[in-house]
Structures are given as structure tokens and as C-alpha cells.
Design a protein around this ligand. Sequence first.
Ligand code: P6P
Length: 286
Amino acid sequence: MLYSIIDALQRSAVYIDSVLKKCNFDYLDSTNSTGDSQLGVDVEANNIIKESLLELDVVKGICSEEEDEAIYKEGLNGVYLVAFDPLDGSSIVSSNLSVGSIFGIYNKEFSAKNLIASGYIVYGPRLEMVVAQDSVNHYIYNGEEWRNIGSLMLSNKGRINSPGGTQKNWSTKHKILIESLFLEGYRLRYSGGMVPDLHNLLCKGGGLFSYPSTSDAPNGKLRALFEVFPFAFIFEKAGGEAIGSIGSLNEGLSRILDLNIDSIHQSLPCFFGSNDEISRVKLAYK
Ligand code: P6P
């Protein structure tokens, strides 16, 4: 049943990749519902994915970072809802850095407990796609077809530290946590693109990616439905963990896929990683 959705996303990925290769990266006058400036290619990628999904019988509706509201189809056929960020990392695409699309497939309801599959597309030197259901499958597009090249698994402890957010606005406990990893020899890997930064962790055995609550972004920056929940699902299926918090950090950090959101564009502080590093985050934020 999910095959038609994955196939539609794979066809959209090839189309978006070709658009990225020849488009200019001019900003539009518009902003999206989170207030982010929009590139023309943001809107084009959104339309490509939205149209390819809404024509599927199994799809009941979609929500997108580039759409103010969720879009539901009339009629009772579809059961699946797809939330997606059509082009994540627009701010770095004009520097020719890798960017990506992120998606989560929900059964009947946009909530973490109804997330049944998720994945992402990496528009980089190679066009790649990762899809998590029972395991985390890694695909490469060879110019003619998508080939499954195996699955991605995290080690119990990694070597990469990928710290997001404006450092001068980090809390003291977050600064101590991040510094402790560097003092142990972790390598800094952070491009400012969620998809390539987390794909790097998944391909290189793990470590920690963090986008914490900061004084300028108390609820973090990354959006729950189409960024954080999909990657939380992927990291758990790859043998790691994903924790975060909704509302005040005073309640501490919880398993992200146990959290409930109030609005489709809600963001939250989030930590993705191998088990050892996530244990250290829990200790640091205790
Ligand atoms: P910062 C890109 O704009 C994005 O939404 C994610 O792809 C990325 O992880 C994050 O923002 C980077 O944010 O504040 O570290 O530049």
C-alpha cells in the first residue's frame, strides 16, 4: 500500500533534482507560514510533491512546510496522510551545498503515534533516498532507476558532533554537553542542512545531532510533523534514539515519538543520535 507513495516521491525526487541543476536561486517576495523566506524552487518543489501525492487513491491528505493549512481530499478512499518539507535547507542551496526533502507517512491522523513510515531525499553529488519502515533502506538513483544499496544502522556510540542553533544563545548546560564531546575528540560536522547533517550521522555510524532550546528559539527551530517526527522514526529504526520536549524544558526531555503537538507547524528542541550520546544528553539535561 505504501509502495505507490514511495514511487511518487522517487519520481518527484528525480524531477526536483533536475530543477535544482538548472534553476536560479532567486528569493520570492513571499514567506511560508513559519515566516521563512521562500525561493522559487521551494514553491516549485512543493507543487511537484503535492500534486504527485494528491493524485494517489491511498492518500487522504497532505501537509507541507510551504502550505499554511493541511489539504484533505474529498471522499473516503485514502487513509494515508503525508507531511513533508519539500526542500529543506534553502538557505544553503545557493552555496551549492546538499539539501533535501523530508517526509512522514501517517495513518489517518497527523500525530507521532500514527507515523508508520518516513524518509528523506538527498540532492547532493548523488541523488539518494532513505526510507524507514521496519528497517532503514538506502537507495541511490543511477540515472535510470532507483537501486536499494542496503540498510543504515547506528553504532552504540559514534564520533560525530553536529550542534545546531546559535551558540551564543545556548544554555550553559548545553554548552557544557557539546564541549564535553569535543574534548573527547568528536569531529564537528555541521552544514546547516538537516538532511545532509543527519544523513552523515546515519552513514558514518552515529554520534549526536542537536537543535536545542535557545534564548532566541525557546521551542527550537525544526518542525515536528515534517522534520522532527520523521527523523525520530528513522533514528529509532536505525537502532538509535530521538528525544525532545514540547513546552517548557522544565518537564525534561522525552522520547520524541511519545510527544503530542498542538499545531501542524509547531517546532521543538530535538536531539538525534546513538544510544550512548543520547544517554549523555539525558544526564546533561536532568
Ligand atoms: P541554524 C535549514 O534552514 C534548517 O531548517 C535545517 O535544515 C537545519 O538543520 C537548520 O535550519 C539550521 O539552523 O540555526 O543552525 O542555521
